[in-house]
Write a protein that binds this ligand. Structure first.
Ligand code: IVH
Length: 731
């Protein structure tokens, strides 16, 4: 799922985000305070604003929860933005109606002078590790010995969930309202990251449900960056010439510990809850740990309060189940959207947990089973320099191939000059590499004892290795860049980007072929790709008929059907990634409208700051870009904004459909109808089709469809489908 493009006012503009105007964020925020807020507006208007604001907050909270926690949105991003803006408008006009749990505060914008530290009310312990079934058994037996009075049943039930590789954080809720976030720190004291955590979209600012809520509830969990956000962030950082992060955990830590919380807001962090700290109930009772008798019940309650909890958490009964759980998670780890480095087992019974208590370092009722590290030792043969689409020079470690956790690795990124200098990594060194996450290999560092006597420190080149022009390192950037706009490497990478997944997503046109065509001098820019025909392609070695056909039809399909947001993303405008492209495509009719937009108009859009706006303006001001755009326009690659995706699913939403034969009206008309109903109109036959609509003389496609078991429709059946809603559609 994409992030919501939350409306974010440029810092300071609305004044709603300044700490001074807020009620104290550490105090308890009374329910419905907005109705008692002081102010000078007429009483009636005041009540209307106040109650509307309360309604908007509740609605936004609800949609936020559906989107970010359940991953099941019910309204479009635009509808969400409208509600959000309405609330911003009220809170700007009537600052006394702001509340600390208002969704408007999720956009960040608070500037902290430094990170304050505060003590935890209960120490946050680390966990002891086990690495084998024997060690796990020994741990369980020790717990049994320490609690001889507990029944076998109790000592046999362990709650297991993935060990998340992020950073631990404790959230405090007072009477259901989020009031504080502390990092784990040294376990005794943590850093106050309340403002930053407020921007984390899946964090409930107010507990869900009708209460009564605990007077104080401390929720513990891990702050994470999911892999997708991590990759996107590194791409963006690279584009900006900023330092990239070695792994999602570093990225999460760096993003959370920001003084400017709008940076945190833009990083897409998540919070997954896995346990509780202090719990004080409203009317005494169950002192310190709340009414939940088992860990499973606690997790269920946290979910009902609106927290996301680690995927795959479950109760294991007995050592076999526990062992099977660990094996399964280890096998599945690469398929998870976030990184894990083991599993955590916690005794399910919370009385037993309390009775067992802690050693000096760690709990006796919980333990981490760490997966074997996916590291390996190999030789760094050479450092080569890759030139990216934006001219960034990225050093790449060329390794003697080695298997790491079952995957052969022969290259790894070294990020930038500083990283190499910092690790003092040299050509010829023996190095340790590891696979963080699924396939991204990472150089951990050199093995100094094995360094050759004649090795010399690596000198980062000062020239582009491809075009030879002088590279430059701009102030505040970590990267060296080639600034030559017609550097062959930059042009090639831009073209590869244009057809890639992040761009128009043209199937069958891979980097290798683009490279080949460039080398042959046949294409010089992305528009040239569309001038190739099958015959010409067949002239290239290793190009077969099937591939050539696919190449041409895929480009043709992209030309006809590319949505505006993909087209914008494909152009590779600096600092305009997929998310920004979406925002632009939702607001501008087409490229002409985007070109006309002023800096100010651009900056009024969500997530677009002065730098992004300038970069868009600069793109249109560059002659070569304008020439390229004119060529796209002339060939009919000129998408227009799509009307909002329909709320209602139709029977054709997301289905691939192909028309063939002579129909009663022009084929384009049918194609348009299908597209409007959300179908993906194909231009050639493939086994992935859902429907083939046939007219007179359908030709060979009909037989192929029948053979492949694809539903064949005539015009009448197609019209009937158009009128049907999603739920009752025949598959
Ligand atoms: S429970 C008293 N569950 O691992 C035990 N911790 O190495 C409370 N961690 O500091 C921790 N995933 O930050 C628990 N599913 C999970 C976890 C988890 C990651 C972290 C936690 C802790 C560290 C110890």
């Amino acid at each position: 799922m994409e992030q919501h493009t939350l409306f974010s006012a440029p810092s300071g503009e609305t004044g709603i985000l300044s700490e001074s105007a807020q009620p104290s964020s550490s105090g308890v925020f009374p329910d419905k305070a907005e109705f008692h807020a002081p102010g000078s507006a007429p009483a009636v208007a005041k009540d209307m604003d106040a109650s509307r604001a309360a309604v908007l907050r509740a609605e936004l909270d609800h949609h936020n929860y559906l989107y970010h926690t359940l991953d099941a949105p019910e309204i479009t991003d635009e509808a969400y933005d409208r509600l959000f803006r309405e609330l911003v408008e009220i809170e700007t006009r009537r600052p006394e109606l702001q509340t600390p749990d208002s969704p408007t505060r999720r956009t960040g914008g608070e500037l902290l002078p430094y990170l304050e530290t505060r003590p935890h009310s209960q120490r946050m312990y680390g966990l002891d590790n086990v690495f084998s079934p024997e060690e796990w058994q020994a741990f369980v037996q020790r717990a049994r010995r320490q609690l001889p009075e507990a029944s076998d049943g109790i000592m046999n039930e362990w709650w297991a969930d993935p060990k998340l590789d992020g950073l631990a954080c404790e959230l405090t809720y007072e009477h259901g309202v989020f009031t504080q976030a502390l990092t784990r720190g040294d376990g005794e004291t943590g850093e106050v990251v309340t403002a930053a955590m407020r921007t984390v979209r899946n964090l409930p600012l107010r507990l869900r449900g009708n209460g009564p809520f605990p007077a104080r509830l401390e929720v513990r969990g891990e702050v994470l960056m999911f892999r997708r956000q991590f990759e996107e962030l590194n791409r963006r950082q690279e584009e900006l010439g900023q330092k990239t992060f070695a792994n999602p955990r570093n990225a999460a830590a760096g993003s959370l510990r920001q003084l400017d919380t709008s940076i945190t807001a833009a990083r897409g962090l998540r919070f997954l809850a896995y346990s509780a700290g202090q719990i004080i109930m409203e009317r005494g009772g169950e002192a310190g740990r709340g009414p939940w008798e088992t860990h499973a019940e606690l997790i269920k309650a946290l979910r009902e309060y609106g927290f996301e909890t680690p995927t795959g958490g479950r109760l294991c009964r007995g050592p076999e189940e526990a062992l099977a759980y660990c094996r399964r998670m280890e096998a599945e780890r690469d398929g998870l959207p976030f990184e894990i480095d083991g599993v955590v087992y916690k005794l399910n019974d919370r009385d037993a947990e309390e009775a067992l208590g802690f050693t000096a370092r760690a709990p006796r009722f919980a333990v981490a089973w760490k997966f074997t590290a996916r590291r390996a030792k190999t030789v760094l043969e050479r450092i080569t320099i890759q030139v990216g689409r934006t001219g960034v020079l990225t050093p790449v470690a060329e390794l003697r191939p080695v298997s790491v956790g079952g995957v052969m690795v022969s290259r790894a990124t070294l990020h930038n000059e500083d990283e190499i200098r910092h690790m003092d990594i040299r050509e010829g060194d023996t190095v340790i590499i590891q696979r963080a996450g699924d396939v991204i290999p990472d150089v951990v560092g050199p093995v100094l004892e094995e360094r050759r006597a004649d090795s010399v420190p690596y000198e980062f080149p000062r020239r582009c290795p491809v075009c030879g022009s002088e590279a430059s390192r701009l102030e505040g950037e970590a990267a060296w860049r080639c600034l030559n706009m017609s550097c062959p490497a930059v042009l090639l990478r831009s073209m590869v980007h244009f057809v890639s997944k992040a761009g128009l997503d043209v199937q069958g046109v891979g980097a290798r072929w683009v490279e080949e065509l460039v080398k042959a001098g046949r294409v010089k820019n992305a528009a040239d790709l569309f001038t190739l025909d099958v015959r010409e392609l067949l002239g290239f070695e290793r190009m077969g008929e099937v591939l050539a056909e696919k190449f041409v039809t895929s480009l043709e399909e992209a030309r006809r059907t590319a949505p505006l947001e993909r087209f914008i993303a494909a152009l590779g405008i600096r600092q305009v990634g997929e998310q920004t492209a979406k925002t632009l495509a939702a607001h501008f009719e087409d490229m002409d409208a985007l070109e006309r937009a002023s800096q100010e108009e651009l900056m009024r859009l969500p997530d677009i700051g002065p730098e992004v706006a300038s970069s868009i303006r600069a793109f249109f001001a560059t002659d070569s870009n304008r020439t390229l755009l004119e060529r796209f326009r002339a060939m009919g690659l000129w998408p227009r904004r799509r009307e909002q995706p329909m709320r209602e699913e139709t029977a054709l939403s997301g289905r691939r459909i192909l028309f063939t034969g002579t129909l009663s009206r022009p084929r384009e008309e049918f194609q348009r109808m299908a597209e409007e109903a959300g179908a993906l109109v194909a231009s050639s036959f493939s086994k992935k089709l859902d429907y083939l609509v046939v007219g007179e003389n359908p030709g060979s496609k009909l037989a192929k469809a029948e053979e492949a078991g694809i539903a064949v429709l005539d015009e009448k059946a197609f019209s009937a489908l158009l009128d049907r809603k999603g739920e009752d559609a025949a598959r």
